[in-house]
Ligand binder design. Structure first.
Ligand SMILES: *[C@@H]1O[C@H](CO)[C@@H](O)[C@H](O)[C@H]1NC(C)=O
Ligand SMILES: *[C@@H]1O[C@H](CO)[C@@H](O)[C@H](O)[C@H]1NC(C)=O
Length: 393
């Protein structure tokens, strides 16, 4: 309907949002109306009190206590109520016959009293849910919201460590809202020992700031210092060179401790992380590892140490044989490059070695594969030495 005005020639569209405080007078001006009678104007309204559009008679009547047209053409609502929320329109014709329409969307509000925390506790215990208190805001409109703050930071309910139970009630006569919010927290281990908690009411209105309760000061009681458990993967901390070791520092659930790492008594310059990943380990990664956390109440906490050993395991020797083959290939390439003479010499030497070894292999057949490889490798580089080692055992 408002848009229709745009297409009327000579009509000035004045669509305005008004927020009026409950119980206070409100004056809406009829734009374009002559300041004094005789006037040609019409006020109509569609609010919580009307079923549809209601045209107000300029002569007054039963609606006078709700809204009446003033001599200057403005509309006065002596005391705004929730039922007065709605649309108000005036159509005025000036002395020279120009028509002007004004439209007002009226919303009402009431700022509640300062919210308060009722039944606050003074001491919380870590690791278990504690009811902190009930935040109460009475007499606001529209409903608005309650929010909790922990050391100045908003507490976002996560259903685990922080939970909030909210209830909204409406006064049967005034229609004003009562909000209540019960805060339950499970304080984290190692958190602030003396947090400050407050609650705020945020009105659902533009340009209106939040109202805060007086803060409450809490003491968080931590029965025992938390323990840090250090777990190593692979188990036993034994790894082949080039392998990966994962050290995990396990802190109790709901802990906010920051974990640093120590190797052989020296702090590792790494950002705090409960997991230490050593990948492609080298001999210098070997050592004793432990994790530490600085606890605000109990001081530094350190886990037991775990030793990481870098050892050629069975997997390591497989790697060794791959390396051997690689060198064999290099040797072969060198042989080709070196010319037929050297190649012939190598082949001859190899044949000779193999024939020689066949005799020995009868003594130790189980080592056949491994020995052959080692010999080929050594031989191709230094046939003399290979001969010696082959003859050795
Ligand atoms: C009035 O409020 C409505 C929402 O309630 C908004 O969409 C509109 O833009 C506002 N109009 C003006 C003129 O501020
Ligand atoms: C009309 O009179 C009322 C009350 O005296 C005043 O608040 C309002 O601003 C006046 N309207 C105009 C358009 O002057």
């Amino acid at each position: 309907a408002t848009q229709g005005f745009n297409h009327l020639p000579g009509a000035v569209v004045g669509d305005q949002n008004i927020t009026a405080r409950i119980g206070k007078p409100l004056v809406l001006n009829c734009r374009g109306a002559p300041k004094k009678p005789p006037q040609q104007l019409e006020w109509k309204l569609n609010t919580g009190r009307t079923e549809a559009w209601k045209v107000l008679s300029p002569q007054g009547g039963p609606w006078d206590s709700v809204a009446r047209v003033l001599p200057n053409g403005s509309l006065l609502l002596p005391a705004v109520e929730i039922q007065d929320e709605g649309t108000f329109r005036c159509r005025a014709t000036s002395r020279n016959g120009k028509e002007t329409r004004s439209t007002y969307q009226v919303r009402v509000y009431q700022i509640p009293g300062k919210p308060e925390i009722v039944d606050p506790v003074s001491e919380l215990v870590t690791g278990v849910p504690n009811k902190v208190g009930t935040c109460l805001s009475e007499g606001g409109y529209p409903a608005g919201t309650l929010n909790w703050h922990w050391d100045g930071k908003p507490l976002i309910p996560d259903g685990k460590g922080i939970s909030v139970q909210e209830e909204t009630r409406r006064h049967p006569e005034t229609g004003l809202f009562t909000l209540q919010s019960v805060l339950t927290v499970t304080p984290t281990l190692g958190g602030a020992p003396h947090p400050t908690v407050s609650c705020s009411f945020s009105p659902d209105l533009p340009r209106h700031g939040a109202l805060y309760t007086d803060p409450i000061q809490l003491s968080v009681w931590e029965p025992v210092p938390p323990e840090l458990q250090l777990v190593v993967e692979p188990e036993g901390g034994i790894v082949a060179p080039g392998g990966t070791v994962t050290l995990t520092c396990e802190t109790p659930a709901q802990s906010s401790l920051q974990i640093h790492w120590i190797k052989d008594g020296m702090p590792l310059p790494l950002p705090p992380n409960p997991v230490l990943l050593l990948s492609e380990v080298r001999p210098q990664d070997q050592g004793a590892y432990s994790c530490v956390a600085t606890h605000p109440r109990h001081g530094p906490l350190e886990s037991h140490a775990i030793h990481v050993h870098i050892i050629e395991t069975e997997e390591g020797s497989t790697a060794g044989s791959v390396e051997g083959q690689g060198l064999g290939m290099v040797a072969l390439a060198l042989g080709i490059l070196g010319g037929l003479g050297i190649a012939a010499l190598l082949i001859g030497a190899t044949k000779w070695q193999r024939q020689r070894r066949r005799g020995e292999q009868r003594k130790a057949p189980e080592n056949e594969e491994e020995e052959e490889e080692h010999e080929e490798l050594n031989q191709s580089e230094e046939p003399e030495a290979a001969e010696g080692s082959a003859a050795g055992p």
